[in-house]
Design a protein around this ligand. Structure first.
Ligand SMILES: [Zn+2]
Length: 358
């Protein structure tokens, strides 16, 4: 357990007074519509490597909330067609992550041809990464495993072209026991996790960003083994409920894990822009992430989570050190992508200044 005394030790006068329960701080944030984030424990630029948005699906609201919370760059996942106009509208703020596509009505050979074209187009458009959503529902529909020989040319092509692979494997343990109850249809969680390791084994030169803590935040020992074995593997923290629930449940262990593997874990939220979002939808999620990573706050989770123990979702902040936060928010992404995103922020600020004075 994190000692109570350490709570909000970076408190500034902008924040609520120290509150062991966290409920008062939550109540204040609620009253402000989550629009007045507490001061950041590490004040540098933040990169969110896992979001979903398009211009016709409320990207403006998401980008505004990101700006409020000091998130200066978002990697947005979507079809290349929808991402290009979004990046044009928000130059410097949006990096594009095109998704692989497996339309119904096409066969495996067409899928491979289509996805080779996607890699070529992604590369031509300046993308740094392509995303494969290999969740259980993908397997149920396509009967394809990510490491099937059929898809090998795709991973070879990514590896040789220097693009990274963002991959979603598996889903929460709880969903395998509750939703994916037919393993013949959905596969077992071990089989889903095995996809990731098979790709890592065969492609030491392919940088892999395994979404949602590798699909396995429930088992940090298993993740340690993978990170130790495969230096090209990085994890993202995408998902609010799943990550906050499972890492918060093993709070001290999670804290040690994040510190130990700082530089290999990239901040991501899996925020999804919606055409008609409820009030404060994006702000509340950025607030939760900030409180979770940066403080020792304990409070009710201000969004619902039907998977929460006892039906009552709680937030147990990890209170990571500032040096770890710097890695999580910025440096790990710079290292993974081989780019200086903080330098880009300076350029962006200069550009914005030029625009203002024009
Ligand atoms: Zn996602």
């Amino acid at each position: 357990m994190v000692p109570r005394m350490m709570q909000l030790k970076h408190t500034t006068d902008r924040q609520a007074p120290q509150d062991p329960d966290g409920q008062a701080m939550l109540a204040q944030a609620r009253a402000e519509g989550f629009r007045r984030p507490p001061a950041r424990k590490w004040p540098g630029p933040v990169v969110d490597v896992h979001t979903h948005a398009s211009l016709d699906r409320g990207a403006a609201g998401l980008l505004e909330a990101a700006g409020l919370y000091g998130v200066h760059k978002l990697f947005v996942i979507g079809s290349l067609d929808s991402l290009l106009p979004l990046r044009d509208r928000y130059p410097g703020q949006v990096e594009i992550t095109p998704v692989f596509s497996f339309p119904e009505g096409e066969g495996p050979e067409e899928w491979v041809r289509r996805n080779r074209q996607i890699i070529a187009a992604a590369r031509a458009a300046g993308a740094l990464m392509v995303k494969l959503w290999a969740a259980p529902r993908f397997y149920a529909r396509t009967r394809l495993w990510a490491h099937s020989p059929l898809l090998e040319p795709l991973w070879q092509e990514l590896e040789s072209s220097g693009l990274a692979l963002q991959i979603h494997v598996a889903d929460p343990d709880l969903w395998f026991s509750r939703v994916y109850t037919d393993p013949r249809l959905y596969g077992r969680k071990e089989e889903h996790l095995a996809q990731l390791e098979a790709i890592l084994q065969r492609h030491p030169g392919l940088r892999v960003l395994a979404a949602h803590m590798g699909g396995h935040p429930e088992d940090l020992d298993a993740l340690s083994r993978l990170l130790d074995l495969y230096p090209q593997l990085y994890l993202d923290t995408g998902a609010t409920r799943w990550i906050v629930r499972e890492l918060g449940r093993q709070r001290e262990r999670s804290r040690q894990f994040l510190i130990r593997y700082a530089g290999r874990i990239l901040f991501g939220t899996d925020q999804v822009a919606l055409a008609d979002p409820e009030p404060a939808r994006y702000e509340v999620r950025y607030w939760i992430h900030q409180m979770f990573w940066e403080t020792a706050l304990e409070c009710d989770l201000p969004i619902d989570d039907t998977d929460a123990p006892g039906g009552r979702p709680r937030l147990y902040g990890l209170d990571l050190p500032a040096t770890t936060l710097r890695q999580l928010y910025l440096e790990a992404a710079c290292r993974f992508f081989g780019r200086r995103f903080d330098a880009e922020r300076t350029i962006q600020a200069e550009r914005a200044g030029q625009k203002d004075s024009a």
